[in-house]
Each structure stands twice: as C-alpha cells, then as structure tokens.
Design a protein around this ligand. Structure first.
Ligand SMILES: NC(=O)c1ncn([C@@H]2O[C@H](COP(=O)(O)O)[C@@H](O)[C@H]2O)c1NC=O
Length: 510
C-alpha cells in the first residue's frame, strides 16, 4: 500500500504551506490544483499535479479541475466495503484520505462596491464544494478541512489518532454548515438580482458573534449571531470600549436605543428600558438633548441604556456618571469623556457609527414559522399631514408632534406618547387598549401634560382618548386617522379647541 494522500486546493492560502509541510512529514503525498501547487512548490514541497490523478488538464479557466471520478471515487469509496474497494482497483483509482479545500471568495466578491454580475458568477465555486461534500459524507474514512483555523488541531489528531473519528465527524458537520452558508449566499444574491422578494423557500444565514452567558432569563441559553452583510451602523459592529460582556437583554435594548437615535438629524439622546424609549430629547447641543431625555423620566432611566448620535464629551459624560446606566452608545467618545466613564466598573461603552443606512429586512419567529417584513421606514418628505380640526397646530405644536411621531413609532403597541419642548414626557407602551396607554402616559406626564402634544401609533376607535387628552390639558394630537368613528374624535377636538393631524400612516409595533 502506498502513502496516504492529501488533496489540497485552496483559495485562501493562509497557513497552507506550513500545514502541507506537516502533512508531508506525517507521510502524506500531497496532490494540488494549479495555484495551490505553485505556492507549495515555491515553498520547496513536492506536489503531485491534479492532472496526474485525473489524466485530464484543468480546463475552462479553472471551471473544471477536480470534477473527475478519479477524485470523487477516491473520496467516496468506503474502505470497509469490499465492493467499493474492488471497484477502485478495477478502475486503477487510489483513495484520497485528507481534503483541504476552501472556496472561491464569493462573499467577499459580492461585498465589493460595484461588483459585476459576471464577477460574482465566476466566483461561485463548483469543484471545491463537490470535494468538500464528498469527503464530509465519507468522514468515517476521510478527514476534511475547510477552515485554516483547524490546521493545528488536525495535525494533532493525525499524530495521535485516538480521537480522529470524532474529529472527522465534527469537521464534516462544519463542512456542511460552510457549504450551506456558501450556497445560501449564492441563492440570496441571485434571488435579489432576479428581484424575487419572497421566494418559495427562504434560507437565512448568520455567523456566530458570541455565545452569551444566558438568554432573557438565567435558565435560557443564548448566543448572538451576525448577518454576513450587517450595516456598519448596527449593533453587531459596535466596538465595546469598556465594561462587562453584553447580555441578551442588553443587546435587545441597545439595538432599540440605537435604532431610535438614528431617527434624528439634530443632537439627540435616547434612553431605553425593556426596548421602549423612556426618555428622548433633542436639542442644539448633546447636553441639552441629554438633559431633556433625563428629565423626561428621571426614575425609569436608572439602569437604562442611553444612545447618542453625536460624540459624547466631558460635559455629557459628567452627567452620565451621576446615575447607574447599563450601556452608553455613541458614534465616539472624547478622551476626557472616556476618562470619566471608565471610572465606573459596571457601565458598558459602545462605539458605533450612527446613520440610517439601507432599510433592513425584519425577521421574527413564531412557533413553527418565520415572519418577514420590510423595516418600518417612511420618508418624512412624503408624509401627509392633514389637519382635520378647525384649529391649525401652532409652530411649536408642529415641532413637538413631528418629534413625538418619530419616537412613538418605536414604542410597543398600543402606544401613546406625550411630548413638549422637544422632550418626551409620558410613554404609554404595550397596552391592550388605547385609552389605557393614554392614561399611563398622562399620569406619568402629570402637570407637564398641560399644553403638550399626543401621538398615537394607530387610529382612535372612539373619542375616549381625546376626552382623556383634554382632561390632561393636551393641545394637539397626531394620529394616523382612518377609524369609522373619526368624526366623533374630530368633533370632540373642535369642541375643546384641540388641533388634530392625520398622517395616514400607522406604526404598530408588536
Ligand atoms: N472546478 C473545479 O474542478 C475546482 N476544483 C477546485 N476548485 C477550487 O479552486 C480553488 C483553488 O485553485 P488554485 O489551486 O488554482 O488556486 C479552490 O478554491 C477550490 O475550491 C475548483 N474551482 C471551481 O469550481
């Protein structure tokens, strides 16, 4: 019996020379394709050309190099099956015991700005996945390595083969995860190119970012996965500058705060608790914005998450350091701000660009299924603001209504939000009836409700919310409109001199 044989064909040549050297030392004959062979030979290794195995040249610009029975039978033959081994002998095919393949960089190619369709297509690897999948299927006899990070482990297991079988099985699973993701990326790219929005099957693919200590509760295990093409301005791309590892709930809340703060062009501060905004403020300066966000609800912000859309400086950091916050998120922090905030052991600081980016597909699971929808975005310039009451809102009311509308969109339904002076003052979130949400917001706002504005995520089914608003002293209401009983609400607003605006757009959030 001859030496064991390793077939090496890699696009990413990181670490491959050293690995091939070690394989040679372990007694393997190395077979390679064009570019890999060249790299190995330049490093002084003896390499058998794939053409010597296939008795066929590499053709079609590399589209066909390893796609040959002499390769695939050598990979797929079951060594403990006499018929298989007899068939190999009959055809003068030798077994291949180890496969080292990584694929044409399809993901990296399509991530490039302005990549052509032809380039993308040419970067779909065919021969590589075929070998990987064949070797992985026959992992009882073949070791298959798709990730350069595994080279060291594989060498260790070849030197001491007592647990090689277990390793082969793990490597095989890794291969199928890898080729599944590879194909998912190709499928998704072509589906997008064909402008098919909701195809008959949907394959989503994510990459593990980190395992988490636990999930929403300590008895739930959890991990955080990253979209392969996550926008820069997303939480997965945040740089943690200080503090403990993020928890599952931290991640959800931080994502919510980041999403809300992206709504604003002007300096803004957003405090979040349990994914709902508890205090939001905008201002000429970040300090002004933060003061408003803080004063909106100085109780709920405690232990919360605060996001900013401007650099956090010493002045704001000083204020932030006065209370316990789980996380502060900002596009950057000045050195002075970092000096102040890093004194606090328990605060986490996240640096992430804050910009709207492209709207993202939103996925959520239900038992046995997956819901997919567009992100809830609207272009403000395309919004219709219909004044439906006798009284027009004042300029100040307009400003506050538009501000309230932007924040309210991110409050769990049924949502009622009160605002005044570019600051939220009452948030009624996640209630089962609208007037209940209004009452919570009103109670929280107290005296501040007088002269404030109200925003509602969906229409008023009856005039009871207007009644509650009037009792609290609210002067203007913004809501989608569209109820059968809109006329009752409009009548009541006119009676009380409240200005009301219909947007025609609903913003449920479940
Ligand atoms: N067509 C084939 O038969 C084929 N066999 C292997 N490959 C790929 O060719 C690459 C290595 O090529 P080279 O050794 O020439 O640099 C690897 O990414 C490997 O997955 C192929 N290329 C694409 O399909």
């Amino acid at each position: 019996m001859g030496n064991k044989r390793a077939l090496i064909s890699v696009s990413n040549k990181t670490g491959v020379i050293n690995f091939a050297k070690q394989l040679t030392e372990l007694g393997y004959d190395v077979i390679s394709t064009g570019g890999t062979k060249k790299a190995l030979e330049e490093a002084g290794l003896n390499v058998i050309s794939i053409s010597e195995i296939t008795h066929f040249p590499e053709i079609l610009d590399g589209r066909v190099k390893t796609l040959h029975p002499n390769v695939h039978a050598g990979l797929l033959a079951k060594r403990d099956d006499n018929h298989h081994m007899a068939a190999l002998k009959e055809q003068a095919i030798e077994t291949i015991d180890l496969v080292v393949v990584n694929l044409y960089p399809f993901k990296e190619t399509i991530a490039q700005e302005g990549v052509s369709f032809e380039d993308a297509i040419e970067n779909i690897d065919i021969g590589g996945p075929a070998m990987l999948r064949a070797a992985a299927k026959n992992h009882q006899d073949v070791t298959v390595v798709v990730d350069p990070a595994d080279y060291g482990t594989v060498v260790d297991h070849l030197k001491d083969s007592s647990s090689l079988k277990e390793l082969n099985r793990k490597l095989a699973a890794k291969v199928y995860r890898h080729t599944a993701q590879y194909d998912a990326l190709v499928a998704n790219y072509l589906t997008e190119e064909a402008e098919e929005k909701f195809p008959e099957t949907k394959t989503v693919t994510y990459e593990r970012q980190q395992t988490l200590r636990y999930g929403e509760n300590p008895h739930q295990s959890a991990a955080f996965y990253k979209h392969p093409f996550a926008e820069n301005s997303s939480l997965v791309n945040a740089k943690q500058l200080h503090g403990k590892e993020l928890s599952y709930n931290n991640i959800q809340d931080a994502d919510s705060a980041l999403t809300i703060v992206k709504e604003f062009e002007e300096p803004a501060a957003v405090a979040v608790k349990h994914t709902n905004p508890c205090g939001v403020g905008i201002g000429h300066t970040l300090k002004e914005a933060y003061d408003r966000a803080y004063n909106a609800d100085p109780v709920s912000i405690f232990g919360g998450i605060v996001a900013f859309n401007r650099e956090v400086d010493e002045v704001v950091a000083q204020d932030l350091s006065q209370i316990f916050l789980e996380i502060v998120i900002a596009p950057s922090f000045t050195e002075e701000a970092l000096n102040i905030l890093t004194q606090k052991k328990n605060i986490r600081l996240l640096e992430v660009p804050v910009d709207q980016g492209e709207p993202q597909e939103k996925l959520s699971t239900v038992s046995g299924g997956l819901l997919i929808q567009d992100e809830d975005r609207y272009v403000e310039s395309e919004m219709q603001y219909d004044v439906v009451t006798d009284r027009e809102p004042s300029d100040e009311e307009w400003t506050n209504m538009k501000f309230a509308w932007k924040v309210m969109k991110h409050v769990k339904s049924n949502a009622i939000l009160l605002a005044t002076e570019k600051q939220t003052i009452g948030v009624g979130a996640g209630q089962m009836n609208r007037v209940g949400a209004a009452n919570i917001a009103i109670e929280q706002a107290g005296e501040k409700a007088k002269g404030a504005v109200m925003a509602s995520d969906a229409f008023f089914p009856m005039d009871d919310t207007v009644e509650a608003a009037h009792q609290a002293g609210i002067r203007a209401i913004i809501q989608p409109g569209g109820s059968k009983r809109d006329a009752d609400s409009i009548k009541k607003c006119n009676e009380y001199g409240i200005a009301m605006v219909f947007t025609g757009v609903r913003h449920f959030k479940h």
